[in-house]
Design a protein around this ligand. Structure first.
Ligand code: UDP
Length: 433
């Protein structure tokens, strides 16, 4: 979802500005949320042409990863040779392909073979893009990275898989980092005021030479799919009193950690809206009972000030609600951009991948704070409820943080206006097309 949603937002934004857009959807899908979102999207944007891309059969047994999303990326890459036939069957002819970074090294050469320029929509932060571009130039293995023009990214913030040079994710990361120079442009869903240093360093050739234009176009509004109104429960809560807790749609926590988080939220004394997730793929999460996860009596104890939910919620609708005053987040890039767009201060608890780099963006921009000591992927240590509760209270009581998040919101709104930096970025991209 973290990749699908920004692609839908971009497609909608281009279509609304008069571009003729075709959207390639892959079959079969992995998650229930993905299937629903795709069908709602096409129903809401009938002018966007749907191109169904059926993947060739793929045997994952030879791949050293069991992550269902990673395996899907592999499967899509192995079907890349089917792209020319798919595009040839569609008219009018295409002027460009916009591709996700995970597919860059497999699809850019194929598109070039049929004379089609490729643009990358990079869905994470510009800081993460800098790491991606810089990583293949380092031959000494993983250590702290002094990324030119940026800051020192400590070893502990580098995605775990990259610590292992023979991990298939590392191979992909290096190949995708190398092929950046072959793209005609890179669109990033960030904005000037959130990441001024990274955007300047990337575009001035400081990070690596030879990159195409890196264009900030965010934070893009999610494509409006006409889903329900914000949760009625939120309407009854005082302004900025509720902390929203959600770790994206693929970060599953251990049962023990979920219980401690529950204790922490209870101890914080704050009102909370918590979306619980215990399985990587949502289709499996449906079978898990909340009461069993949280411990007997928990839901009853917190019912006056806490709402606990399972499954998909409309996060943007929640973040936009006046009752929300803080966001305990894993710092997935979309969550960070959405928090900025709605001026909600973030308490970052990164869980893996690019999230510690994004958490640093959160801290440096004034959008929030993050706790470097809290465990993340590959670490077993459980963070105790007492500590979580304290940090949540700190987040909700920090008036300076509320003010700086509000300032970023103003900047974000300015950026996406027609004459703002991101609005102009999108117009520039359309001009290039
Ligand atoms: N999201 C949502 N409802 C959920 C979980 C996630 O709307 O219950 C959305 C969220 O608004 C964001 C995306 O899914 O746009 C998650 O992307 P992010 O980069 O934050 O994290 P990921 O899930 O990729 O780790």
């Amino acid at each position: 979802m973290g990749h699908l949603k920004p692609f839908c937002s971009l497609a909608a934004a281009l279509s609304e500005r008069g571009c003729d857009v075709s959207f390639i959807t892959v079959h079969p899908t992995v998650s229930a949320a993905e299937s629903c979102y795709v069908s709602d999207f096409f129903a809401a944007f009938p002018r966007i042409r749907r191109l169904d891309f059926d993947l060739v059969a793929f045997d994952p047994s030879g791949i050293a990863s069991t992550d269902p999303f990673f395996l899907r990326v592999e499967a899509i890459g192995r079907s890349a040779h089917l792209l020319p036939a798919l595009l040839a069957a569609s008219s009018p002819p295409f002027s460009a392909l916009v591709i996700d970074i995970f597919l860059a090294s497999t699809f850019i050469p194929i598109a070039a073979g049929i004379g089609l320029p490729s643009y990358i929509q990079f869905i994470s932060s510009a800081a993460m893009l800098s790491l991606l571009a810089y990583f293949p130039t380092c031959s000494v293995g993983v250590s702290d990275f002094d990324i030119p023009g940026l800051w020192r990214v400590p070893k502990a913030s580098i995605p775990r898989a990259l610590h292992n040079p023979s991990h298939p994710f590392t191979t992909q990361f290096v190949e995708n980092g190398r092929i950046l120079t072959k793209a005609s442009g890179i669109l990033v869903n960030t904005f000037e005021a959130l990441e001024p240093e990274s955007l300047a360093a990337l575009n001035r050739g400081k990070v690596v030479p030879g990159l195409p234009p890196v264009i900030a176009i965010g934070p893009l509004q999610a494509a409006s799919l006409g889903e329900g109104s914000p949760l009625p429960w939120l309407h009854g809560q005082p302004a900025r009193s509720v902390v929203y807790v959600c770790f994206g749609n693929r970060t599953a926590m251990s049962k023990e950690q979920i219980r401690e988080l529950g204790i922490g939220l209870e101890k914080s004394g704050c009102r909370f809206l918590w979306v619980v997730k215990s399985k990587i793929v949502d289709r499996e999460d449906g079978e898990v009972e909340l009461e069993g996860l949280l411990g007997e009596g928990y839901l009853g104890r917190v019912k006056d000030r806490g709402l606990v939910m399972k499954g998909w919620v409309d996060q943007e609708e929640i973040l936009r609600h006046r009752a929300i005053g803080g966001f305990l987040s894993h710092c997935g890039s979309n969550s960070v951009f959405e928090a900025a767009l709605h001026g909600v201060p973030v308490l970052g608890w990164p869980g893996g991948g690019d999230q510690r780099v994004n958490a640093e963006v959160v801290a440096r921009s004034g959008l929030g704070i993050w706790v470097k000591e809290w465990s993340w992927e590959g670490e077993e240590e459980v963070v105790m409820g007492e500590e979580i509760g304290e940090r949540v209270r700190q987040l909700m009581e920090d008036e300076d943080l509320q003010a700086s998040a509000a300032r970023l919101r103003e900047e974000a709104v300015k950026a996406v206006a027609e004459d703002g930096s991101s609005g102009k970025g999108l117009a520039e991209f359309i001009r290039m097309l």
